[in-house]
Design a protein around this ligand. Structure first.
Ligand code: ADP
Ligand code: MG
Length: 429
């Protein structure tokens, strides 16, 4: 007996007559024209479309591999280093290490693209140590401009364990996601720089677990998961975190991590270890008198994973940072070069600014040396250079625009040391 609720319709595409029990048997049906498409036809169309999309996706993957060839040829280590040389003085070893790390990161991407996500080539995350103002942050920020993958800097000292006041460690990945213009796939091949990484060391060091510092330990545990490669979940910027908030997920398996910090006091750990080793092989402590303590620079280059552990970084994290890179303290000559040589050198910037007022600016060599000497006294590396010059240049930049006369301004040593007025000479244009 025919069901009173069923009707018969002919599919306009396959021309089959279909018994329609519900609208799902004939999902497209126009009562006015009788035009209809049956369930089977729709399924088939869907399959064809899906196959087409899949084929395109593998096309896209191939395109990506070709793009990577291009990226690799443009980013050979020596090319990256040459670029960094334009902005950063000295620190050659750090430049080489970073250049190779980035190049290998691209190679690893290419390998993954050609071997279906295979990650046989291991990641080589980098840890950078060096005194304040030696160029760690500057190196990475210049490197980031050259990169063909998203890059995000996060200040580790601002991170806290979930539940504490402050930013959770997921923020590092969220920054990368935004650096990738919200493209998750791109973010998953990006680079994260964790600046001020030493600030999350357990204050008590490795041995003192009684007074351990639970907040920092928690941050380290959370960062460890990220370093090991995990799916990190976070909410969009500006969205308050609550259980129903939609989240974005980024896998950090292929993200390259670079961490950096001054690690103030790690030289003591290194020196302790070296003394112990000396004592063990029979050299007495008398070999090294108190007054001839090895300097920070000599020591820092001998840093080993166990020193970082003593400093208060958990061993699991150190294990995930196989490349240790140390930067040198900048001496007077290096500071002098920083003032004049980089593309964005302070002296070049002032020259450009004042040339717009018809003024030729001249820094005498001993004036620049005086700036460098002052910076060394302040013990903040190149960081204070700009401030020291700025003190002198403020009056110049205030007074000069009062007239349009072409002039020449000479900054002497006395200007820097005693705040003397710069020499001003008329100039024929
Ligand atoms: N080796 C260097 N070459 C050129 N400029 C430098 C160098 N080191 C530091 N600077 C300059 O000094 C300032 C502070 O350096 P920064 O990279 O922030 O130091 P830190 O090592 O503490 O991160 C920046 O403006 C940077 O341009
Ligand atoms: Mg820094």
């Amino acid at each position: 007996m025919p069901n009173p609720n069923t009707t018969q319709h002919q599919c306009s595409l396959c021309k089959k007559v279909i018994t329609v029990h519900s609208q799902y048997d004939m999902p497209i049906f126009d009562p006015n024209t009788g035009f209809s498409i049956c369930k089977n036809c729709i399924k088939q169309i869907n399959r064809i479309l899906e196959e087409h999309d899949a084929a395109n996706a593998s096309e896209e993957k191939k395109d990506f591999a070709i793009q990577l060839d291009d990226i690799l040829s443009k980013n050979k280590p020596h090319i990256i280093k040459e670029y960094l040389d334009e902005y950063i003085i000295n620190q050659d070893r750090a430049k080489k290490i970073l250049a190779v790390a980035v190049y290998n990161h691209y190679k690893r991407m290419k390998y993954g693209a050609e071997h279906e996500g295979n990650t046989d080539i291991e990641k080589s995350n980098v840890i950078m140590l060096g005194p304040s103002g030696c160029g760690k942050t500057a190196l990475l920020s210049h490197l980031s401009k050259l990169l063909d993958v998203p890059f995000a800097v996060t200040d580790t000292s601002s991170l806290t364990e979930a539940g504490f006041v402050g930013a959770d460690v997921e923020v590092a990945v969220r920054n990368l996601y935004y650096a990738a213009d919200k493209d998750i796939a791109k973010a998953e091949h990006g680079i994260i720089y964790l600046d001020e990484f030493d600030k999350i060391a357990r204050k008590s060091g490795a041995n003192n677990s009684i007074t351990a510092d639970p907040g920092h330990e928690g941050v380290q545990q959370a960062l460890l998961k990220m370093l090991e490669g995990s799916v990190v979940e976070f909410t969009a910027r500006g969205q308050r975190k609550h259980p129903e908030a939609p989240t974005i997920k980024v896998d950090t398996k292929n993200v390259l991590f670079i961490v950096g910090g001054a690690f103030v006091g790690i030289d003591k750990e290194i020196s302790k270890r070296l003394k112990k080793a000396d004592a063990n092989i029979g050299f007495g402590a008398e070999v090294q008198g108190e007054d001839e303590k090895p300097k920070y620079d000599e020591l820092i280059h001998k840093v080993r994973p166990e020193d970082l552990m003593e400093y208060g970084i958990i061993p699991e994290i150190i294990g995930r940072l196989p490349i240790i890179c140390t930067l040198e303290t900048l001496d007077e000559d290096a500071l002098l070069r920083i003032l004049t040589e980089p593309k964005n050198a302070p002296v070049k910037q002032y020259e450009k600014l004042l040339s717009m007022d018809n003024v030729k600016l001249e820094f005498q060599e001993d004036a620049l040396r005086a700036v460098a000497k002052k910076a060394i006294e302040r013990k903040t590396g190149a960081r204070s250079l700009k401030g020291i010059i700025e003190d002198t240049m403020l009056d110049v930049m205030f007074d000069i625009p009062k007239s349009n006369e072409p002039r020449k301004i000479i900054i002497t040593k006395e200007c820097i040391e005693d705040g003397a007025k710069p020499t001003i000479e008329p100039m024929e244009d």
